[in-house]
Design a binder for this molecule. Sequence first.
Ligand SMILES: NC(=O)c1ccc[n+]([C@@H]2O[C@H](COP(=O)([O-])OP(=O)(O)OC[C@H]3O[C@@H](n4cnc5c(N)ncnc54)[C@H](OP(=O)(O)O)[C@@H]3O)[C@@H](O)[C@H]2O)c1
Length: 328
Amino acid sequence: MTPIRLAVVGATGLVGRTTLDILEEWNVPLESLRLFASEESRGKSVPFRGRKIAVERLERVPDGVNAAILATSRAISRRWVPAFRECGVTVIDHSSEFRMHADVPLVIPEVNGHTLRDHRGAVANPNCSASIVVIPLAALARIAEMKTAVVDTYQSVSGSGQDALAEFENELADASYSPRVFPRVIAHNVFPQIGVFNDVGPCDEEQKVVQELQKMLELPQLHILTTTVRVPVRIGHSAALSVELARDVRIDEAEAALSAMPGMVYERTTYRTPREIAGRQEVFVSRLRKSPHDPHWLQFWVTGDNLRKGAASNAVQILMELFGVMMP
Ligand SMILES: NC(=O)c1ccc[n+]([C@@H]2O[C@H](COP(=O)([O-])OP(=O)(O)OC[C@H]3O[C@@H](n4cnc5c(N)ncnc54)[C@H](OP(=O)(O)O)[C@@H]3O)[C@@H](O)[C@H]2O)c1
C-alpha cells in the first residue's frame, strides 16, 4: 500500500463534506489531508477525526500531496486537473470536464474497475444518475446482449449542490421566493430539465447520461433514451428503467444476475424510496418485471444516494483501489 497524502478541493461543498464523512466512516489511512475551497471559505476549518483542519485557498498545486479529489466546477477542473497531473498528483475529478476524454477512465469500480489500470494521472467520477443506473444495467448486460435502455430519472435537489439545496429550503419556507439556481420553482413541483437544452432537444444531463452509460458499459452503440427530471427530494436519485435484451431472459435468471452484482441490493418483495436510502452506500433495485407484450423487455426501479454512490463514496473507492487499500 502506498501512503496517501490527499487534497480535497471543494471540501466545504456537498460532495466534499460527504467525502470527509466517508473517509472517517471507512477509516481510510491517510498520511496527510489538506482541504481547499473558494475565497468565501477563507478562515473556516472543518472537523476531521477529532481535530480541525483549516480550509485553504487553492493558489498552486500543494506540496507533498500525491492524490487529489476535485469536487468543484468544470471551470476549476479544467484549470487544475492538468496542473495536478503535471506535478505527478493522481486526480479523481467529479466534474464532467474530462469524463468523455479517451485517456481518462470513467469509473464505477464494480462495473469497469479494470479501466483504472489505464489511468494517466486522472480518473473521472461519473454523473450522479449514470453512476446509480449503470450498476444494474451492467449486471443485465453481462447475461444478454443489450439493445435498448430507456432511462427516466427522478433526481434530487442536492444533485445540483449546496446553493440548490438552500434554494429549495427557501422556497419551502417562502412561497414567493424566486429561483436563481433552477429554471423553475422546485418546491412542490417537478420539471423535465437538468442543465441547459442543446440545439436538437436533450438537456445537458440527458446527453451526459447517454454518453457516460455507453462509455462505462463499453457499448458505444447502445440505444439509450432518457428523460431527466428534477424532483423535490433532498437526497437520493431514482430511475425507472426499461431494457430490451436480444434474447428472452427469464425473470429468475435476471434476478440471479442482479443479486450477484456487487455494489447493489436486489429486492423482490419491496421497493425503496430516496428518503429510505439516503446515507446508504449501495444502490437498491426492485420491481423487476417483464413486458406482457414482448418477452425481450424487462423493467425495474432503482434508487441510490447521489452524494454517496453517485459521487463521494465512489471516488473514495477509486482512491482506495489506486493506492491498494482494502475496502472496509
Ligand atoms: N451533488 C451531487 O450529487 C454530485 C454528484 C456527482 C457529481 N457532482 C459534481 O461534483 C462537483 C461538486 O458538486 P457539489 O454538489 O459538491 O457542489 P457544491 O455543494 O456547490 O460545492 C462546490 C464546492 O466547490 C468549492 N469552490 C467553489 N469555487 C472554488 C474555487 N475557486 N476554488 C476552490 N474551491 C471552490 C466551494 O467552496 P465554497 O464553499 O467556499 O464556495 C464548494 O466547496 C460538481 O462538479 C458536480 O457536478 C455532484
